[in-house]
Design a protein around this ligand. Structure first.
Ligand SMILES: *Cc1c(COP(=O)(O)O)cnc(C)c1O
Length: 380
């Protein structure tokens, strides 16, 4: 029987403990498992790099909330991305990535995989012609982040999937910003979804983790082999925290979205703000597409001020919005991408404008957040 999103998020993989009746499955904080004679495994587990019941609970939940058959959990979002890319690419292969993807994704592909003989081209993935022009005979992967970071560009996932199918390449969607509560890339035709579960899935800024989610059985087995053989797994306690966060993802995303919309509207009216990047605003070029492919517009938005100095002043003037990297927690954060999250792409083809400030809008009371924004604007 198929359930709604919230029911699935709360129950998938989260069966009560049969030996004690504990409603919450235990945290199996163990590295290894006793064997009844050589090879006699009691629950199928041997050593926690290969598998651990707490991680299995999370992986079942991850697959279910993305509407996919297989979920794999990693020590970080970048560990997940690295395991996937090392599984599907070989030296000489080429990847097309969005031109404003997460800075760390760009750095991973450019410096780590680049040194190993992987080539890449950045393209505006919201422009199908630009993507088509970037695809070469050696291209194996199209990597899309939507909404993108920090410019909140929206890419049509179904159209990207059609394009990838036509080219015979894999479509990977980084679903970190929207989360599966608002956007279901697998249902729209993506081959693989990746996550930094550090963000909305964990949701409380207290754990770092990543995920790869997909339907293809054969590819899933290969990624699982990389996970086991290269070893970037999530530990039991991290897996537990992430599972706990996922249970409230649906309600949190509703509040993140409503708070962000109120703030976007307030910013949009202010004379000091040059532009607001939020797909929930009707003036956003991706608004109609986002309304079609997402069930809410999320908690991330960016604003453009007069120049880099004004952006820095704004980012250093908020009180409730704390100045920090990362996003997706219940508490609001402010970030100056040019000097913080996206510093590693300065001087490359993925450089972010210096006048941009990014907000991760939390689930505090909207009135308090609006007052904080007003104060920071007054300081600019
Ligand atoms: C944070 C982030 C990542 C990287 O994840 P880590 O957990 O920090 O390794 C990847 N993609 C997006 C969109 C992110 O925000």
């Amino acid at each position: 029987m198929s359930h709604g999103f919230d029911t699935t998020a709360i129950h998938a993989g989260q069966d009560f403990d049969p030996t004690t009746g504990a409603v919450i499955p235990p945290i199996y904080q163990t590295s290894t498992f006793v064997q009844d004679g050589i090879g006699g495994l009691r629950g199928g587990y041997e050593y926690s790099r290969g598998g651990n019941p707490t991680r299995t609970a999370l992986e079942t939940q991850l697959a279910a909330i993305e509407g996919a058959a297989h979920g794999l959990s990693f020590a970080s979002g970048l560990a997940a991305e690295d395991a996937l890319l090392r599984t599907v690419l070989a030296p000489g292969d080429h990847v097309v990535i969005g031109n404003d993807v997460y800075g760390g994704t760009h750095r991973l592909i450019r410096l780590i995989h680049g040194a190993w003989g992987i080539e890449h081209t950045t393209a505006d993935t919201s422009d199908a012609d630009a993507v088509r022009a970037a695809i070469r005979p050696e291209t194996k992967v199209l990597w899309v982040e939507t909404p993108s970071n920090p410019l909140m560009k929206v890419t049509d996932i179904a159209a990207a999937a059609a394009l990838a199918r036509e080219a015979g390449i894999l479509l990977v969607v980084d679903n970190t910003f929207a989360s599966p509560a608002l956007q279901q890339p697998i249902a729209l035709g993506a081959d693989v979804v990746v996550h930094s579960t550090t963000k909305y899935l964990g949701g409380h800024s207290d754990v770092v983790g990543g995920a790869v989610v997909l339907n293809d059985e054969e590819l899933a087995a290969k990624v699982r082999f990389t996970q086991f053989a290269a070893g970037a797994v999530s530990g039991p306690f991290d897996a537990f925290l992430t599972s706990r966060g996922i249970k409230t993802l649906g309600v949190r995303m509703q509040r993140h979205s409503s708070n962000a919309l109120e703030i976007a509207r307030r910013l949009d009216e202010h004379p000091a703000v040059v532009r607001v990047y939020y797909p929930g605003l009707e003036s956003h070029p991706g608004h109609e597409l986002a309304a079609r492919q997402m069930s809410g517009f999320g908690g991330m938005l960016s604003l453009e001020l007069a120049d880099g100095a004004a952006a820095r002043r704004f980012a250093e003037s908020t009180q409730l919005f704390q100045l920090a990297e990362s996003l997706g927690g219940v508490e609001s954060l402010v970030n100056h991408p040019w000097s913080m999250t996206h510093a590693s792409v300065r001087g490359t083809d993925a450089e972010v404008p210096e006048a941009i400030v990014r907000l991760s809008v939390g689930i505090e009371d909207a009135a308090d957040l609006l007052a904080d924004i007003d104060g920071a604007l007054a300081a600019v």
